[in-house]
Structure formats: structure tokens, C-alpha cells
Design a protein around this ligand. Structure first.
Ligand SMILES: Nc1ncnc2c1ncn2[C@@H]1O[C@H](COP(=O)(O)OP(=O)(O)OP(=O)(O)O)[C@@H](O)[C@H]1O
Length: 357
């Protein structure tokens, strides 16, 4: 599975991995965009690269694909080294046995579905007859064997997504890189597409790497999520672990897990609190906070906004230290109202680094 590789276990890890990078760096002029990345992804697993805009997600994907050359470090695909600048090694994209699915699938409207799927094979110099038969086989694998003659515009969004995946695997790729595949879709469509993509990738037995800036998409699609910040991986773990044990206050805030308070603020606002020695910040996970009566109150908050979401209400609350937190509530509470909140001491997540590392 994915691991933050250490020098000692790297050799075994990268030999077995579908994808691995070691001490990867990339600079554009004086700007260092990727700053020492170690990752590996086991065959058949799905990894999401998640991070704020500009953190280097797309750049890392492009380095894996062979669309960018790293400045230092090594890239491995299915156990073989495909880029190592120190040794002058660089394999171009067509020799890496990786498929790519681009933002919004990037299908050419003037080509038929089968021509779209066969296009990368044409770029590899494969003849027409073989191209068509491989395109047809790939379409059959994604359940679209009857659609080869259609134009992409005559397919639903879900079918276009399947065409994008068929194109990625037509050359025999078992590992597919997805570059923000769902970024421009509206929310509802996106949710059903996430389901469909995850199902298809699992059915086809593919190894998948997704770039996304959407937390819920990353959590739904991937076995493990690597969080990038300014060209470095700050935490890589299964989604449940990220939510339960964020590595630092920045991860907790980025994932919007709740309110992060400095230890001093926590002492001031949380009743009867025992602050561990060395603690500099604490996360109050929003999933563990509930509205309560005065006798149970751990802290007080003021309602800033209250939004009806169909099933429940989303409350934006101001805590006494000025930080904001969003929780759900069963009924409407008017903005401006003071409420009591309860959080169990064992639900708190303490950090020995300050709130804004
Ligand atoms: N060709 C380039 N020349 C110089 N700087 C670049 C180039 N491509 C990307 N960058 C810079 O590298 C940084 C990382 O960009 P990248 O596109 O990898 O981020 P990202 O995490 O994918 O962001 P987003 O979610 O907005 O797509 C950004 O600061 C960007 O401006």
C-alpha cells in the first residue's frame, strides 16, 4: 500500500509497487514546486493526491506520466525505473505503460467514440486494423461495445467517462492517472460519477491515482489519500485515519474536521480541561460536538448562520476565542443565539505543534 518510504524499506517497496517515487524534486527556475516526495502505490489500489490549489498535485501527476522531467529523485512504474535525472534516465510517456484520464475526459467531438479510444494507439504508430480491434476490446471492457460509431456528444456524462477510461486502458495500461476527472461537474452528477468511476476501476482491477482538490471525492475514490502542501506530502493514510488522526493542525483545518484552538485558547474556553504537557493546539472534531443543555456544557458558542440542507441544518458557530466551526443540528436555531456544546475530553485531538505550523 502507500507508504511514506524510508531509505531502509524502499527497495522492496518500489519493486512491488505499481507506482513509486523516491526523493522526488522538481523546480521551475528558482521555484521549487516538488520538494522531496516519497510515495508508493501497490497494484490494484487507489491513491488520491489532495491539496490546496498550487500545492503541486498536477505537477506530480505530470512527472509520473512523463510529461515533465523531475530535477532530482527517481520514478518507478511497475517496478522499473522510468526517470532518474542523476543517471540521465528519462522514459517518454508512451513507454511508461500508464493510462491517463483528463479533466472532463477531453474527448474530441469530431471523432467517433472508437476513434477517440484508438487515438493514443495511432500516436504509438499502431496500424488501423489493430487500433480498431483494441479500441473495440477496450470499449467492451467498459460496457460500451455498441457505442463505437457514435460521437461523444451522443453519450451521457457517465458513458463519456467510460470512454475516457477505455482510451486510457486501450494500450494495455493497468495503472491509470486521473487528472481532476470530475472537477467541472455539478454536485449531484459528480456524486453519481464518483460511484461509477470507483466501481469501474475496481471491476477492471486497475491501479488508480487521482488528482483532486475535493475532499469528499478523494475520500470516496481512494484507499489512501496523500495530502500535499507546498510541494511536500504532509500526511498519507487511509481516509478514516486522516479524519481520526490528522497529523497536524494544518491537516485538521484543511480537511475541515472542526475547530483548531491554541492550547491557551482551549484552556480558556473548555470547562474542566486537562491540557497535556507539550500540547500547543487542539482539534475539536465537529463530528463529536453536540448541542446540549447547561448541565453538560463544555463550551459555549454563538450561532452565526443556520442553513437548511434538506435532512438537517448546518450551523456556523463562533467559539469564544473567535474561531468558527460548522456542525449539524436537527432544528433551526436563529443567528445570534447563544448555545451550549458538549464534547467528550477523549474526542479532543492534541498537537504538540502550534495552530499554524
Ligand atoms: N510550467 C510552469 N512553470 C512555472 N511554474 C509552474 C508551471 N506549472 C506549474 N507551476 C507552478 O507550480 C505550482 C504547482 O502547480 P500545480 O498545477 O501542480 O498545482 P495543483 O496542486 O495541481 O493546483 P490546482 O489544484 O490549482 O490545479 C504552482 O505554483 C504553479 O504556479
Amino acid at each position: 500500500m502507500l507508504a511514506n518510504l524510508k531509505e531502509t524499506n524502499l527497495r522492496a517497496a518500489h519493486e512491488d509497487a505499481a507506482l513509486a517515487v523516491r526523493s522526488l524534486r522538481l523546480s521551475y527556475g528558482p521555484a521549487e514546486i516538488l520538494r522531496g516526495i516519497d510515495l508508493s502505490l501497490a497494484p490494484g489500489k487507489a491513491l488520491a493526491l489532495l491539496g490546496p490549489s498550487g500545492s503541486g498535485k498536477t505537477t506530480l501527476l505530470r512527472v509520473l506520466a512523463g510529461l515533465e522531467a523531475p530535477s532530482a529523485g527517481e520514478v518507478f512504474v511497475h517496478g522499473g525505473c522510468v526517470a532518474a535525472p542523476a543517471r540521465g534516465l528519462f522514459l517518454p510517456p508512451e513507454r511508461r505503460k500508464l493510462g491517463m484520464v483528463f479533466q472532463d475526459y477531453a474527448l474530441w467531438p469530431h471523432m467517433s467514440v472508437a476513434q477517440n479510444v484508438g487515438f493514443p494507439l495511432e500516436m504509438q504508430g499502431i496500424g488501423r486494423a489493430e487500433r480498431l480491434s483494441r479500441a473495440q476490446a477496450a470499449l467492451a471492457r467498459v460496457g460500451l461495445e455498441a457505442m463505437g460509431d457514435r460521437r461523444p456528444s451522443a453519450l451521457s456524462g457517465g458513458q463519456q467517462q467510460r470512454v475516457g477510461i477505455a482510451r486510457a486502458i486501450a494500450s494495455g495500461a493497468r495503472t491509470v492517472l486521473f487528472d481532476e476527472p470530475l472537477s467541472n461537474l455539478d454536485r449531484e452528477l459528480r456524486e453519481s460519477m464518483v460511484d461509477e468511476i470507483a466501481g469501474l476501476v475496481a471491476d477492471l482491477g486497475l491501479t488508480a491515482l487521482y488528482v483532486t482538490h475535493d475532499h469528499s471525492e478523494a475520500f470516496s475514490l481512494a484507499d489512501e489519500v496523500a495530502i500535499l502542501r507546498e510541494g511536500q506530502i504532509v500526511q498519507a493514510a487511509p481516509p478514516e485515519i486522516l479524519v481520526d488522526r490528522p497529523a497536524n493542525p494544518w491537516v485538521a483545518e484543511f480537511l475541515r474536521l472542526g475547530a483548531v484552538l491554541s492550547a491557551d485558547a482551549a484552556r480558556a474556553v473548555l470547562r474542566d480541561l486537562a491540557v497535556p504537557q507539550m500540547a500547543k493546539a487542539v482539534l475539536l472534531p465537529r463530528r463529536d460536538i453536540r448541542i446540549c443543555g447547561t448541565s453538560e456544557t463544555s463550551l459555549r458558542a454563538r450561532v452565526l448562520r443556520c442553513l437548511f440542507r434538506g435532512d438537517d441544518y448546518q450551523l456556523a458557530l463562533a467559539l469564544p476565542d473567535g474561531s468558527e466551526i460548522q456542525i449539524s443540528a436537527a432544528s433551526r436555531i436563529a443567528p445570534g443565539q447563544e448555545i451550549g456544546l458538549h464534547i467528550a475530553p477523549e474526542a479532543l485531538r492534541w498537537f504538540d505543534i502550534p495552530k499554524r505550523p
